[in-house]
Design a protein around this ligand. Structure first.
Ligand code: COA
Length: 526
């Protein structure tokens, strides 16, 4: 509690400041056409003097307040004092997980399609952002109908990438549709898109236009390539994996380049874009203005393949000794080779057969011969003499013999299931990883328990599994919601978010901007 004297001082100074503020307001109002906060208004001398005295009064009020706070007793907890000094709100007293979600209040104009963009906005939706997915009337995101498993229902391709979103149908090339988009731009914080290069501009939504319409808006794009020779190209997942350096370094030395099943080009770039958006939102708190974000898929893949660019530079200084081709005496060429299942780090590893491998294509385990547990490995596989044998005792001595070492370990792993190997090795801190099939992952109870694999119900297709939020936060709990039907929230968004009246809504409906064009009657078509 502040002392009575202190409190009175604050009240006195505050009163003076308020009086000065009122005087300035009056003076400015007397200046023809002037607004008190306008940039180049020349306030009369008297008003300027008042303004100065206002600033001084505010400083005095601040001083008096701080003095009063110093005499206050009992002292507030240190954390609260720090928070107040930073101008941040006091720590919430709500229980963990009940203080809303991280991105509550952020509204996304989601102009994404296929995979890369939708991955990004789904993650933002998991974090609480209101994602308004704009789709072409009657058509929607092309993936709704791709790889369909249930006749007439939205595909898993679509539903697993578009949870936690609302869908509005708008023909972005229709004049009324443009008008609705303008309103959306004014009501949203971020526009996310992954159209082919130039498509957004052709809709009239250039950066300049969007920025002028809403200077706070962040415009975030995925493109295949950044500025350069390929900037105009359309790109899908595997093109990015190839152009980003992943394919040339994946696969076996004696085979062709390989793409990986993990969608590092699409989902990986979506993840990068989500990171960029959150950073831009944070910066906007300081600057008050939005910015453009570009994530090129080639760049995203290269970022994930950076260890291979590391190895490219190491090659200039000699062979890559941890690659098994070194131990096999195969010379290196000019570029980083494909390394099969070699470990990408400094601890040699390989995929080994386990019990049942003859019939089960996934009865394998990844086995890492980490140096500190070498003794335990030797004991387990029945080779205790390797612990002291100079040909095996040290990591450099083992490098030329890796193939033989892994073949020997495999003789042991083949006598156990991958889960038995996992259990035994983990007791000795030996890093191993079972090769899990997608079936095993879908059925794994611990992944269900943590919300990483989630079952949701969908009106068109019934229950389906999706991947929940892989980022777990203690105070921002994700509730995974099913993907929307095409245009399911059109009316809701037009009226509740954009404020259109019932009459206006009827006009919009009649205009054809939110509905699919009528199919011509057969006779007419002929
Ligand atoms: N109303 C009216 N027209 C709409 C619309 C709407 N609501 N939504 C989209 N369209 C139009 C676009 O304006 C564009 O028309 P235009 O080319 O006449 O200007 C058209 O639909 C198609 O857009 P586009 O992006 O070219 O689709 P596509 O199917 O030909 O290409 C990709 C698909 C993925 C190859 C391409 O979008 C691309 O390269 N994107 C960037 C990289 C990327 O994200 N790739 C990964 C995808 S997982």
């Amino acid at each position: 509690m502040a002392s009575k004297r202190g409190k009175r001082a604050v009240v006195r100074v505050k009163r003076k400041a308020a009086a000065a503020r009122r005087a300035i307001g009056r003076a400015a109002a007397r200046t023809p056409g002037a607004k008190p906060a306008a940039k180049k208004v020349r306030a009369p001398k008297k008003a300027l003097a008042k303004e100065r005295s206002l600033a001084a009064a505010e400083r005095r009020a601040d001083l008096a307040k701080r003095r009063a706070a110093r005499t206050a007793a009992p002292r507030k907890p240190a954390v609260k004092a720090v928070a107040a000094a930073n101008g941040l709100p006091k720590p919430s007293a709500k229980p963990w997980g009940q203080a809303g979600r991280a991105l509550d209040g952020v509204r996304i104009l989601d102009f994404t399609h296929v995979q890369s963009g939708p991955t990004c906005t789904q993650l933002l939706g998991y974090m609480g952002a209101d994602c308004i997915k704009v789709e072409r009337p009657g058509v929607g995101d092309i993936t709704r109908g791709q790889l369909r498993d249930v006749k007439g229902a939205d595909s898993l391709y679509f539903t697993m990438l578009n949870g936690n979103k609302r869908s509005i149908t708008i023909d972005s090339k229709h004049p009324k549709g443009k008008e609705i988009l303008d309103r959306l731009i004014k009501h949203c914080d971020v526009l996310v898109e992954n159209f082919a290069p130039g498509a957004l501009d052709r809709m009239g939504l250039t950066w300049e236009y969007v920025h002028k319409t809403n200077p706070r808006m962040i415009v975030a794009s995925v493109k295949g390539f950044g500025p350069g020779p390929y900037e105009d190209c359309k790109v899908y997942e595997n093109v990015a994996q190839c152009a980003g350096g992943a394919a040339s370094t994946t696969g076996f030395r004696e085979g062709p380049p390989l793409v990986t099943g993990a969608q590092i080009g699409d989902s990986g770039t979506g993840l990068h874009l989500a990171f960029g958006i959150v950073c831009a939102l944070y910066q906007r708190n300081r600057t008050g203005r939005g910015q453009r974000i570009l994530c090129a898929m080639q760049d995203g893949v290269l970022n994930l393949a950076r260890v291979k660019l590391r190895d490219q530079q190491r090659l200039a200084h000699g062979p890559l000794t941890e690659y098994s081709q070194y131990g096999e005496g195969v010379p290196f060429g000019k570029a980083v080779p494909r390394a099969g299942n070699d470990s990408g780090g400094g601890q040699p590893g390989w995929i080994l057969k386990c019990k049942g491998w003859e019939d089960d294509p996934d009865a394998y385990i990844y086995f890492i011969t980490q140096a500190p547990v070498w003794g335990a490995i030797c004991d387990l596989i029945g080779k205790p003499e390797w612990k002291t044998d100079p040909d095996y005792a040290t990591p450099p001595a083992r490098l030329p013999r890796l193939r033989h070492i892994f073949n020997t370990i495999e003789e042991w792993t083949k006598t156990k299931t991958k889960f038995e190997v996992m259990e035994i090795c983990n007791k000795h801190d030996i890093p191993v990883g079972p090769i899990l099939s997608m079936k095993e992952i879908a059925e794994e109870p611990s992944l269900r328990a943590t919300g990483t694999v989630v079952e949701v119900d969908h009106p068109g297709r019934g229950k389906y599994l999706t991947v929940g939020n892989p980022v777990k936060m203690s105070d921002s709990i994700t509730e995974v919601k099913r993907a929307p039907l095409l245009g399911e929230h059109t009316e809701e968004i037009l009226t509740k978010v954009l404020g259109y009246s019932d009459t206006e809504l009827a006009e919009i409906k009649a205009s054809g901007a939110i509905t699919a064009p009528e199919k011509p009657a057969k006779a007419e078509a002929a």
